[in-house]
Design a protein around this ligand. Structure first.
Ligand code: SIN
Ligand code: CO
Length: 377
């Protein structure tokens, strides 16, 4: 593993010039880099049930997609192919540790870490993504080509599931070796072709769709609105064309709607949306009871589970905590615990015993345990 960024990367400059704007190549991005997972371990994960994996193969000019879990024979192919395994950070702590490199960005923006393996010439084809991605080269080399800016109007090849661009206008290309990293903002066409066998770690960032934000916000508002309030039109003049909806009727409706929208919908909908897990965590009731008992009796440590989607926000009266898509308000006193947990992912020893003596913080840890955000040892 690496112990952090090399000195040639400056988060402040990166955020000011590149983030969401333009690509950046960072040669030898990490100090003492060793890929946190090798291709055999990756292939092993793709054999497992409950791990999302895909193979993309380029065969006779056609792009083919196969879904995992796979068997060993699936890795014997005559055409260039690539294996992609989603959320590898949920399974391999060394891969989860890569996420700590990005502590200069809000944690709720981060998605899961995808890892790919490709044979010589293997690729997923020219495409664009709607999210920011840091492509860290693991083993071997990959030639990355960067192309035009794309959006919904860009033409894609006909395919039910794959979103491969019909045309790719190559503007730059870079050969990446182990430890090199390429940042690609949303919308920029990119195409990575393995030069010999290679692995690539993709740290993706999610941005909520405006559509989804509107829908969550409205849902929250609807929960608060009195369903016994109705459109009102007291004091109107007699109508002359009874079949008509007049502009004044519409204006009245819009004004009443605006008044309803102007009510405070609260803001938990946002944290709940951005912490929604891709894979629902599940607790066996006995395991949960055992974990609770261990926490109460003096655990050695609690740690953020690699799949945890956890964030918090300051409220006038306390702290709203968002854990795997749910939210709950806690007293102000839990703030230091949340800061430590989100920073170092762990509470142990005297710190943990001290935390458990405070009823609010103990309640917080129980809540995080129940929501699948932490585990106890
Ligand atoms: C890959 O690792 O082959 C593809 C990653 C990407 O283009 O986002
Ligand atoms: Co991509």
């Amino acid at each position: 593993m690496s112990n952090g960024w090399n000195q040639n990367f400056d988060p402040e400059i990166f955020l000011a010039r590149h983030w969401q704007r333009k690509p950046l190549l960072i040669r030898s991005a990490l100090e003492n880099f060793h890929p946190p997972l090798d291709r055999h371990e990756l292939a092993g994960l793709a054999l497992e049930q409950g791990v999302e994996s895909r193979i993309i193969e380029h065969r006779d000019g056609l792009w083919q997609l196969h879904h995992g879990p796979f068997s060993e024979q699936d890795f014997q192919r005559d055409f260039p192919w690539s294996l992609l395994v989603q959320a590898v950070d949920h399974h391999i702590p060394e891969v989860a540790a890569l996420r700590q490199l990005f502590s200069f960005l809000p944690q709720w923006r981060m998605d899961d870490v995808m890892v790919s393996y490709a044979v010589d010439g293997g690729s997923v084809g020219p495409h664009y993504d709607n999210y920011d991605v840091f492509l860290l080269q693991g083993e071997g080399e990959r030639l990355w080509k960067l192309g035009q800016f794309c959006d919904v109007t860009s033409t894609l090849l006909p395919h039910d599931e794959l979103r491969i661009l019909d045309t790719f206008e190559c503007e730059q290309e870079y050969l990446l070796g182990p430890g090199d990293m390429l940042y690609v903002p949303p919308g920029v066409a990119h195409w990575g072709i393995a030069q010999g066998e290679c692995t690539t770690f993709s740290v993706g960032f999610r941005a909520p769709r405006i559509n989804d934000m509107v829908s969550r916000w409205v849902d929250q508002l609807l929960e608060q609105l009195d369903s016994d309030q109705f459109y009102s039109d007291a004091g109107q003049a007699p109508v002359t064309r009874p079949g008509e909806i007049r502009p004044r009727d519409l204006d009245r409706a819009l004004a009443q709607l605006q008044a309803a929208l102007d009510q405070d919908a609260g803001n938990h909908w946002f944290g709940e949306l951005v912490t929604e897990p891709r894979y629902e965590p599940s607790w066996d009731n006995d395991d949960l009871a055992e974990a609770r008992a261990l926490l109460a009796d003096g655990a050695t440590f609690v740690e953020l589970s690699p799949a945890a989607k956890l964030c918090w926000q300051q409220e006038p009266e306390g702290i709203a905590v968002f854990a795997n898509g749910e939210s709950l308000e806690f007293a102000q006193g839990v703030r230091p615990v949340l800061i430590t947990l989100c920073d170092s992912w762990r509470l142990q020893g005297d710190t943990l015993s001290g935390v458990m003596l405070d009823p609010d913080s103990a309640a917080l840890l129980n809540y995080l345990l129940e929501s699948g955000c932490i585990y106890v040892e």
